[in-house]
Write a protein that binds this ligand. Structure first.
Ligand code: ZN
Length: 367
C-alpha cells in the first residue's frame, strides 16, 4: 500500500505493518481485510482501562463503543471487504483504487474529512467518498495512539522510518497501564526517546494531532514540528541545553511558534532566534529598519530597563501609550522623533502591534 499522508489511515497502515511484520509497501488490500482477527486480539492485549478510555476519546470509534463490539467490529470489516469490489469510483484519499462503492466517511470512521463539528456531523452534512480499505485502516489506528490527560495524540511523519518508530512506541505503551501525562510532556518525551536520542540525519517533519472528544465539545489540534525546528532541537541537545529547555517547558513555545517567550534564557533563545526573526521578516523591510531605529533611540535616551517595560505592556492601548509617551519625551529632550511621521500608523497598527513590540524587544536585546 502507498501512504495517503492522512494521519489516521497511515497510523492504521503502520499498525498493520507492525502486526504482520511486513513493510508497508508489501501490505495488500487482502491483508487489510483479513486482519480483523489479529487487530481484535491486539485490542484485547491493550491495557483494559486504556482501551475503555481511548475508545471514547478518539473519533474513530463507530464500532468500538457498541455492545458486543467484537462481532460488530469483525462484521464491519467483512462488510468493507465485500464493498471493495472493483468499480469506477475513486477514493478521495488513496486515489489509486477504483471501487464500486464509496463510504460516507463520518468522523466516527475517519475524522476531519466530513466537517468536524457536532452540528454538521449529527445532521450528516458534508460527507466525502472514501474507499473501504482506507476506512478499515482508519479504524485500526486506535492501536497506534498515545493517551494523555486531555485527549489522544496521533503522530505522523513524512519519513517512513520515523513514522514506524512512533507507531511502534505507541503500540507498546498501550499495553502498559496508563500513567497520567499532559499533552506537552507526552510530546516532549516522545521527541526525547524517538528523535533526540537517535542518530538519524535526514530532514523530516513530525505532526502531533490531538483529538479531544467530550460529547458536544470536540476538537482536533495539530502541532507541527518542521524539519527546521527538529534540527534546532537536535542542535540544542548536542549543546547540552535540552534539560534546561525541558525544565522550562519551552517545548510549548516551539509548538506554538512563540519563540519570543524564550528570551529569558538567552542561550536557548539563540537557537531559535533565526526562526523567530524569519517569521517577523514577513514585515516590510522598511518597518524592520524603523523598529531598529526606534530601539536605538530608546536605548540612547531612556535610562530604564526597556525590555522589562515592554514586557509589562499587555494590550494595544498600553503599547500606543508607550510609543506616544516616548515620542513626546524624546522630542522634548533633543527635538528628534522616536517614530517617523510616515511610519507612525504602521508602527501602531492594531493588527500588528504585538509583532512590532516583540521585534522591538529582540532589537533591544542585541543592542
Ligand atoms: Zn482509499
Amino acid at each position: 500500500m502507498e501512504r495517503t499522508y492522512n494521519v489516521y489511515i497511515d497510523t492504521g497502515l503502520f499498525v498493520l505493518s507492525n502486526l504482520l511484520d511486513k513493510d508497508i509497501e508489501y501490505i495488500t488490500t487482502e491483508d487489510i481485510f483479513n486482519s480483523s482477527e489479529i487487530i481484535f486480539n491486539e485490542i484485547l492485549s491493550m491495557d483494559e482501562e486504556n482501551f475503555k478510555k481511548l475508545k471514547y476519546m478518539v473519533f474513530t470509534n463507530s464500532v468500538y463503543t457498541q455492545v458486543g463490539f467484537e462481532r460488530k467490529f469483525k462484521s464491519f470489516i467483512k462488510n468493507m471487504e465485500e464493498l471493495n469490489s472493483e468499480g469506477t469510483l475513486k477514493c478521495s484519499l488513496c486515489g489509486s483504487v477504483s471501487v464500486n462503492y464509496s463510504y460516507d466517511a463520518t468522523r466516527s470512521v475517519l475524522p476531519g474529512i466530513c466537517s468536524n463539528n457536532f452540528f454538521n456531523y449529527s445532521n450528516n452534512l458534508r460527507y466525502s467518498a472514501i474507499c473501504p480499505a482506507c476506512i478499515a485502516l482508519s479504524l485500526y489506528s486506535i492501536l497506534g495512539i498515545n493517551r494523555t490527560k486531555s485527549g489522544a495524540i496521533y503522530y505522523a511523519s513524512d519519513d517512513n522510518k520515523v513514522m514506524k518508530n512512533l507507531v511502534n512506541r505507541a503500540m507498546k505503551n498501550l499495553k502498559n497501564e496508563y500513567t497520567e501525562i499532559t499533552v506537552l510532556d507526552e510530546i516532549q518525551s516522545t521527541l526525547e526517546c524517538e528523535i533526540l536520542n537517535k542518530d538519524y540525519n535526514k530532514a523530516y517533519y513530525i505532526e502531533a494531532t490531538l483529538c479531544q472528544n467530550y460529547g458536544q465539545l470536540e476538537n482536533t489540534r495539530t502541532y507541527t514540528l518542521t524539519s527546521e525546528r527538529l534540527l534546532r532541537l537536535i542542535l540544542l541537545k548536542k549543546e547540552g541545553l535540552w534539560d534546561k529547555f525541558k525544565e522550562n517547558k519551552f517545548i510549548y513555545n516551539v509548538l506554538y511558534e512563540n519563540y519570543y517567550d524564550m528570551k529569558d534564557d538567552i542561550d536557548i533563545f539563540k537557537f531559535f532566534k533565526d526562526l523567530f526573526l524569519e517569521k517577523e521578516l514577513t514585515m516590510d523591510k522598511i518597518i524592520i529598519d524603523e523598529i531598529k531605529s526606534i530601539a536605538k533611540k530608546l536605548s540612547n535616551n531612556i535610562d530604564k530597563d526597556l525590555i522589562k517595560e515592554l514586557d509589562k505592556i499587555s494590550s494595544y492601548n498600553k503599547f500606543q501609550e508607550f510609543i506616544i509617551y516616548n515620542q513626546k519625551n524624546i522630542f522634548s529632550k533633543n527635538g528628534e522623533f522616536l517614530v517617523s511621521q510616515d511610519l507612525y500608523d504602521a508602527i501602531i497598527d492594531p493588527q500588528k502591534w504585538l509583532s512590532v513590540k516583540r521585534r522591538l524587544t529582540v532589537e533591544l536585546l542585541y543592542i
